[in-house]
Design a protein around this ligand. Structure first.
Ligand code: 5AD
Ligand code: SF4
Length: 436
């Protein structure tokens, strides 16, 4: 028997890349590769990259530079770049870093085995097409190995929204939904392998149209799978949050009361320039409707500070929106100029101004996050346990609101879903006791 070849994948960026990396590892399994945790004695290194902000893209080049020594020691080592930097920069990557053998865009992963074979013939391989066929359909189905209690499942990819700051419509292409039958069979397979919670992924997941009744229809159908206890989805656009999906938050027990719904900014002037196609008021009314359907809904969001021409007053409008919504968690970023996007052409906000606004915004968001977490003390939640904690006999998992919870529970297994009374709140997690 031949020795399995070793594949090291390093994943940057969003959860969709995490999912894609898993699928690429499986596809390469068919080529005799097993996945390893270190690049040191790998036969192939694959960087699954992110292009969303400048820093993310630059990290890829500095990481590639670090592999020079490895490649010198082992000339047979193949180095590949996948993901959104691959899509955006294509051939340029090989020019800038000649030790790269393979470049593959996010819509071409099913061609990875052929591309790898080409590199073994000593050639460079590049594929950044947007082929007609569904890459997931062509990737080998997942092998039956046992899985942890939570999993991501990509149901939609790409984006047609063209927010003025964002590269996603260019790197991931137009919106495409996977048919619901395929999603259902992948979900059943995951559940058979031990998964209890599935997070449906899409750049614009609530625009999903692979089911006649949209994302709400898919969620309701997934709810019928025995053994699947929890459903989440991310990321959504406010304009695609239809009545059916709002209603599902109130009616669908397995749909968790936590919603990531980015608004980016609170000033109507900036929202317009961002091409978001909604106002701050419309966003706030939407959250009211969602909270009417599900009063305990925890909100999460994304914010950008220092978008071109953002004034202090515009920034204050964002702070006011945050005060009104009260977020359970949030991600916030300084605006980063992305070549080829309309906002990159506009007058920029000075860096020190961006730093200052980000600091103030994050202070407010952290305070809200902490307040909402502290407010859980004394309440009963359900925890899906995932893995042992640091202390003897301790188990850790997540509540329905996605808070990390630790409990002394030596008999509890990963995958168990139990009721817990929360007793205390620390910086990043809650502690409690098992009930019953
Ligand atoms: N600069 C800063 N943040 C950005 N995002 C997307 N593009 C940019 C950019 N050019 C943020 C948005 C989006 C999240 C995934 O990344 O907040 O929701
Ligand atoms: Fe980018 Fe999201 Fe806007 Fe699409 S909706 S362009 S992915 S920020």
């Amino acid at each position: 028997m031949t020795e399995p070849k070793k594949l090291f994948i390093k994943t940057y960026g969003c959860q969709m890349n995490v999912y894609d990396s898993e699928r690429m590892a499986e596809a390469m399994g068919g080529q005799g590769y097993t996945q390893v945790d270190s690049p040191d004695d790998a036969d192939m290194i694959l960087l699954n990259t992110c292009h969303i902000r400048e820093k993310a893209a630059e990290k890829v080049y500095s990481e590639l530079g670090r592999y020079k020594g490895l490649k010198a020691e082992k000339p047979d080592l193949k180095i590949g770049v996948a993901g959104c930097v691959a899509q955006a920069e294509g051939q340029e990557i090989m020019r800038r870093q000649p030790l790269v053998d393979l470049v593959v865009g996010p819509q071409s992963y099913h061609r990875l085995p052929e591309l790898e074979a080409k590199t073994r013939e000593g050639k460079k391989a590049l594929d950044t097409d947007f082929p007609e066929e569904d890459k997931f359909n062509h990737l080998k189905s997942r092998p039956k190995a046992k899985r942890g209690p939570t999993a991501f499942l990509t149901v939609q990819e790409g984006c047609d929204k063209f927010c003025a700051f964002c590269v996603v419509p260019y790197t991931r292409g137009a919106e495409v939904s996977r048919p619901s039958q395929r999603v259902m069979s992948e979900a059943r397979d995951l559940v058979e392998r031990g998964v209890r919670e599935i997070t449906l992924l899409g750049q614009n997941v609530n625009a999903y149209h692979g089911h006649t009744k949209g994302l709400a229809g898919l969620i309701r159908e997934l709810s019928t799978i025995d053994g699947l206890e929890r459903i989440r989805f991310t990321t959504s656009h406010p304009n695609d949050m239809d009545d059916e999906l709002i209603a599902a938050h109130g009616e669908c027990e397995k749909l968790m009361p936590y919603l990531h719904l980015p608004v980016q900014a609170g000033s109507d002037k900036i929202l317009k320039r961002m091409n978001r196609s909604h106002t701050a008021e419309e966003y706030i009314r939407l959250i009211e409707r969602l909270r009417n359907a599900r009063p305990d809904l925890h909100m999460s969001g994304d914010f950008i500070v220092g978008f071109p021409e953002e004034t202090e007053q515009d920034f204050q409008d964002t702070m006011a929106l945050i005060e009104e919504v009260k977020y359970g968690s949030a991600f916030s970023f300084k605006y980063s100029e992305r070549p080829g996007t309309p906002a990159a052409e506009r007058p920029q906000v000075p860096e020190n101004e961006k730093d200052d606004r980000l600091q103030r915004l994050q202070a407010l968001l952290s305070q809200q996050q902490r307040d909402l977490q502290d407010a859980m003390v004394g309440r009963d939640v359900h925890v899906l346990f995932e893995k042992p904690g640091r202390l003897e006999g301790q188990m850790g998992g997540k509540s329905e609101y996605l808070h990390a919870v630790h409990v002394h529970a030596p008999d509890v297994q990963p995958g168990d879903l139990r009721r817990v009374r929360i007793e205390s709140s620390s910086r990043n997690s809650l502690s409690g006791v098992l009930l019953g």
